[in-house]
Design a binder for this molecule. Sequence first.
Ligand code: BGC
Length: 710
Amino acid sequence: MKSSKIIEKIRSMSLEEKIGQLNQIQLEDTEQIREEIRKGRVGSIILADTATAGNDEQKRIDMNLLNELQQIAVEESTAGIPLIFGRDVIHGHHTVLPIPLAEAASFHTELIEKAYRAVAKEAASDGVHWTFSPMIDISRDPRWGRCIEGFGEDPYLTSEMGKAAIRGFQGEDYKNTESIAACAKHYLGYGAVEGGRDYGKTEISDYTLRNYYLRPFQAAVEADVATVMNSFSEISGQPVASSRYLLHDVLKEELGFNGFIISDWASIAKLVSHRVAKDEKEAAMLAAGAELDMDMVDRCYIEHLGELAAEGKVSEETIDKMVYRVIYIKERFGLFEHPYAERKQINYEEHLSFAKQCADESMVLLKNNGVLPIGQSEKIAVAGPFLYEKRSHLGSWAPDYDAGMLKSIQEAFLDCADKDRFIFPQLPYLWDDILLTLREVNTVVLALGESARVSGENNCLTNIDFPAEQLALIKKIKAMGKKLVGVMCFGRPIALGEAEPYFDAILYAWQSGSCAAQSIADIVCGNVNPSGKLPMTFPRTTGQIPLYYNYPSFFGNGMAYYGEGDNYWDCKSTPMYPFGYGLSYTKFEYSEVGCENNTLTLEELQNGEKFRVSVIVTNTGKYTGKETAQCYISDLVSSMTRPVKELKGFSKIFFNQGECREITFELGFEELGFYNGSGKFCVEPGEFDVFIGGDCTTDNKVKIAVVDEK
Ligand code: BGC
């Protein structure tokens, strides 16, 4: 139901004021901007100084300036519509959470929601109304620097994480001054850029789009996300910014999205670089024709839409529809009631405890030959290029971080009660100088990693193999006969094929935010039991990319890309570490999968009945710990090729020592269905294997069947 108040408001506005609502500009403290706001030519301001704000230092937010500009919009412009201030509050504000890819490794949606709620409070207290997060692009290519901003390779996990972030940002009551509007980005298919080159082209069939890339956006719309941002890329010849099919027909009509679409940075003007528009006027015409609602920073709309409307090339009715969506979101998020920013009381201690829990639960133990946790009285050397590093733990997109919250790994070990048993040989150094120091210990914990500069927007790599200079270091230390623990502070998955044999244990710590160092020390010392699981496949070597678990079945190989096939002469085909994989200090055993009701008719499924599949999981090890049980399906025969396995449920549960718990997953029409060759969502009768286990390679399964009685 449309709001008659908003319709009335739009009726009272001039065409220039309407187009103003569709115009987002960059913040500047100038008279010219004040004048533009006064004339109603600005609907939103982005608080970003540069086009790649995730990589560059940004000015801190000046709340007084925001309030002054807001006052001009509300009190001095004729329409009196408040501005909406947007900033990239991606995975934290003053308190920084792990990078989203690491958050996904937590498989803990309640925690992520709580943590994003805290982030929303911090951002709202600085005057931010709207964030350009979460990024829910599926990515199967770790060379692509932006894979760290999303939740990995799987549509279901990405959907669940995306919904949690949206719920956290927007809260239950959108008008609450601690809630901010979220933005699902980058619609659509951006993660599939060829060769992992940012902004590049993508080639995606409608079948793949709907079954993989669209699913998280569908989930975001179901979670009532306020805004959606388009991808810079083209899909099979059509830039998304000018695709009426994707923006209007699929997103708005088919999925029922009722918020507004914001263009990515100057991506309307970029239609000229794509050479589908001869100039910015034509670009504005194409984007408005696709009903892309708000124009980020390139001024194509404000400069050209008036003229285009006068020439009949864009109808005023279309403009009204776009303006309606913008005002609707401003209204829903309470901007008319409370346009001005007010500082809030923030409980930073509580927020840091959320960031710490997220870091604890995100880190993934990839290998452990019994060296971790380190012995309680053993003398340990902690060294490596990341020993003193702080900023890189935050990853890309941390413009507002509070440096006072950050610790280095060395500082975190020095905070331990038994700190005297740690020695910190300094590297790099003359190698001979540390030999004597290392002689005192049997175990060396090496803090390794990559800087925050090599990932994020437009920061891609051709080679994700373990860095050569760090490999040289581990070889030297291993040659001394030491036990080696690798703490790996990388944003993206790294190909560990060559380096892995040198390590006795590997803790993949990612870039885990404000509390990364404390979580590393706690896990290494055994105060925290690691529980992260991989949200993206780790290849052995760069050349295996793309390597992902949910690949369609093909001849000769039950596990598709993951199988022991003979795809390559020079490398094993299997991944180094599969999707969903992660060790714990304790051990979990799974019973056989059981199913209460192995057969359902199609009609029963359509009426909401579900299969209930369960396992009993037992903690048989020596520690308390958390396990993420994962449920996968495999559609055995279907009209189109289907993935060998697809994640359809997960459940992260805490276990006491010796404790056993029954875990049940429900599989209904939604879980068993897919978009067929005609783009129709359907369940095809037949058999499915249902797997439950600790990662995607599990073969613990039960068969179920959907029968068609008609
Ligand atoms: C990025 C977006 C970001 C926007 C605003 C663009 O370059 O692709 O993810 O939200 O800038 O800073």
